[in-house]
Structures are given as structure tokens and as C-alpha cells.
Design a protein around this ligand. Sequence first.
Ligand SMILES: *Cc1c(COP(=O)(O)O)cnc(C)c1O
Length: 396
Amino acid sequence: MKFDQSGVDALMEITSRPELVFVRGHGSWLEDHNGKRYLDIVQGWAVNSLGHCPPEVVKAMNTQANLLINPSPAFYNQPAMDLAKRLTGASCFDRVFFTNSGAEANEGAIKLARKWGQLKRNGAYKIITFDHSFHGRTLATMSASGKPGWDKIFAPQVDGFPKAKLNDLDSVRALIDDQTVAIMLEPVQGEAGVIPATVEYMQGLRKLADEHGLLLIVDEVQTGMGRTGTLFAYQQSGITPDIMTLAKGIGAGVPLGALCAREEVSVFVHGDQGGTYNGNPLMAAAGIAVFDAITAPGFLDAVNERAQQLSEGLLALSAKWGMKGERGVGLLRALMLDRDDGVDIVNMARDRAPEGLLLNAPRPALLRFMPALNITAQEIDQMLGMLDEIVGKVRG
Ligand SMILES: *Cc1c(COP(=O)(O)O)cnc(C)c1O
């Protein structure tokens, strides 16, 4: 197949992309327009929790597409209710609103917290978020994010997102005033370079929120749905958040997200929240297939075994090449490089022959690993071998 330059010219240019067109995928492997295969450790940025084209999701969507695609959010549909019950049954939350993306789920969380502030906290509206955090690309979620430079690109920002420092409780305490309504964070900062909030920190935030009557919001768009080795990352610190957002892995590649809240916080009234596609049965059917796969007996045990294997393999590589170690939780991990050659490694790995390797370098001296949760032990070994070879070439 030829590379389609006229197709490229018809798309808005929003990022730099290699001259490759991916045509099919299966499990941890992708194939491009030349028939070259790639071991995919990016998986659409932790989106394809079950790898490419997981058969159970394909089947569920096929079946649902033949039954009903979208009756409109003005009516109930069974898949949306079934998925909501699964999520509330497996978490500390009582109510779910389905969205089409992580940004939209977070936008909903921000609205819900502000509404709660109007009703219960005298109009308090500020939500404390964190330096280097990432919550999405709508105006409000960009304002909530702590990505350097994002305060200027589409100025003026949406007001009310003071920034604290992750794993520094005093920096949060110092920002609390009578306009504060919530604290919102990623249990593991993903885009920032896989930086986990410590268990003590999560517990400290819960305590601080309780002392001041604030809501605690966890953005589990990247960490949720088994990515960190438990169904939700917040469960590892034994706390009860008030609101949680999900997306990415919950749809295994299709646009699905969820805003989950405890009963006391579910204060939307008719007209406050909605959307044409929200909770449509086609996406909900995909979500059910994903949920059932991830919660099947043994699935998360395997995730934790693979995580251990990946962690040990990365540590060995780090020791061999004089790098700075690895970190992460579950199958969301990072290798800290000793120099800024992350992008060179990513490019060389992709261009490797006969098989390529797809990696991600969210920072110049850091590689991020977010494989399919069902990646095999053999594929992890294969990836580690390829990576070792590439590092040798880049540094040779
Ligand atoms: C990816 C991500 C988002 C945004 O999700 P989209 O579906 O891309 O809108 C929000 N929060 C976190 C933590 C993310 O990783």
C-alpha cells in the first residue's frame, strides 16, 4: 500500500507523526501499510487495555450494533445500566454518568464539585490540582492541568484551579480557603512521567479533605480498570474518594468514559448534565466486555506478575546501561534514563527491522511503558531484548 500524502494534507496538523499508516492490530501487535509488524507498548496511550481488537469486545460490539446503537440519552438502555451496576458494585461509588472521553469525565467532575459547592459550601468553587498534572484538553481541564505553558496557550484560563505539589501535603494545606471545594489528583501522574502519589499522601489528602469539608476527586482515566494491578488505583491506599473519573482502559479503545460519585455528592438535577452520545449502548457493551475480562478470576494476578517481570527487566537494563532506575505501579511504568536520548530511542525502536517496537517518551530522559494488560511474559521478554539492542545502537 502507498503512503497517502493527500490524506495527510486533508487532516488538521496537530502533532508530528511518522509516515506510517497502521492497518490492523491484534493483541500486542500492530501492522503498518507495508506489512511491517510492531510490538506495541504504547497501546494508544494506555487505552487498549486488552490489546488491539480484543475478540470479546469485537463480539460484544457486533452483537450490540445489530440490536441497538443509540436510542438517545432521553431513554434507558440495558447495557448502560448493566455497566453502571458493575462499576458501583466494584467500587465505593453509587452513581455513574457515562462520557465519551476522559476530558469529558473530568469536566463533569468539575461541574459536579462546583454544584455541590453551591449547595453545601456557600458557593465554594476552587479545586486544588497539581503541578505537572494532566486532566484533558477542554478549556476547563487544561486549566485544571499543571502542564507547563498550558496556562498561556488559550488564555484566559478557566478560573479556580490553584496548583499544589504532589506528595507535599503542606502545599495543599496552604492553598485551602473558604472558596475551596475539592482536591483533584491522578493517583499516579501519567503524562508527567509516571509519578505515583504515595499511600501516605493519599491518606493524608483524605484526612485534610475531611477536616476542611472538601471533596476528594481521583482522576483514574489512566490508572483505572486494572492498569495499576488493582481494579482502581485508589483502592491501594484504602481511602474512599468522593468522585472518580475513568476513560482510556474502560473502553479498550473505543470512546467511553465514566464519572462516578458517591450518593451524597451526586447532586446534578435535570438539565445540569447530558450529551447526545453519553451512555449509548454500543460503547456500554464494549465497557461490559472489558469489565468482565478484567475482573475475571486470575486476570489481575497476571497483571501483577507481568508488572513484576517488567519492573525487574527494566531495573536490569538500567543497571547495565548506567540509567537511573525505574518506577511505577502495575503496568504503568517508566525507565529513568541518565541522558536525554528518550526520543532517539523511541524513533530507533519504531524504525527497527524486521519488527519494530512502539515506545513513548513523555519526557526527554524517560521512557513510559503501558502495554496491554494481557501482554504475555514472552512478549515482555521480547520487548526487553529489543530495547537493550536499541539502546546499544543509539549509544553505540
Ligand atoms: C488521557 C488522560 C485524560 C484525558 O482523557 P481523554 O480521553 O484523552 O480526553 C485525563 N486524565 C488523565 C489522567 C489522562 O491520562
